[in-house]
Design a binder for this molecule. Structure first.
Ligand SMILES: [Zn+2]
Length: 164
């Protein structure tokens, strides 16, 4: 009897329908998320990108890399930095004084002092950004692990972003 009363109450019924719809959408979204797979990472890349590690200075393949092109996220292919914004900071890691608009998320590091930078699309750890060092006119240094990025030469196709 109480159930029939609910069905007779049009307002309540439509509210229940909305909840059911939300549940279905949520489930669909979850299943899409679960089937989406990022690029496979080596244990070294996982240590940097997922466990927020830092590669040893002067060891990264892009530290002294000066070719023109785009640096994309190694995990999800999102375009992160342009070679025009790369500069030689002599710090042992690839350095950029600007990011591709909207591609990089900034958050306070777990040490409470530094600013961590992450891929805005997949949340992969990139490195840290330091502001106010007066190294370039933009006054910022994105200190990025080579293992977090993959370089795409100018003119070569950039692979589709995963999970965008
Ligand atoms: Zn990413």
């Amino acid at each position: 009897m109480w159930f029939a009363n609910i069905l007779n109450n049009r307002y309540l019924f439509s509210a229940l329908q909305r909840v059911a719809h939300l549940k279905v959408c949520h489930t669909l979204k979850l299943s899409i998320f679960e089937t989406m797979t990022y690029n496979k990472l080596t244990p070294e890349e996982e240590n940097i990108i997922q466990n927020k590690g830092t590669e040893r200075p002067w060891t990264g393949e892009y530290n002294d890399h000066k070719e023109g092109g785009t640096y994309i996220c190694r995990r999800c292919n999102s375009s992160l930095y342009k070679s025009e914004d790369k500069f030689d900071a002599h710090c042992g890691w690839p350095s950029f004084d600007d990011e591709i608009s909207g591609a990089v998320r900034h958050q306070t590091d777990s040490d409470g002092r530094r600013t961590e930078i992450l891929c805005a699309n997949c949340d992969g750890h990139l490195g840290h950004v330091f502001v106010g060092e007066q190294l370039t006119s933009k006054n910022a240094r994105h200190c990025v692990n080579s293992l977090s990025m993959r370089f795409i030469k100018a003119g070569d196709p950039i692979p589709d972003m995963i999970g965008g």
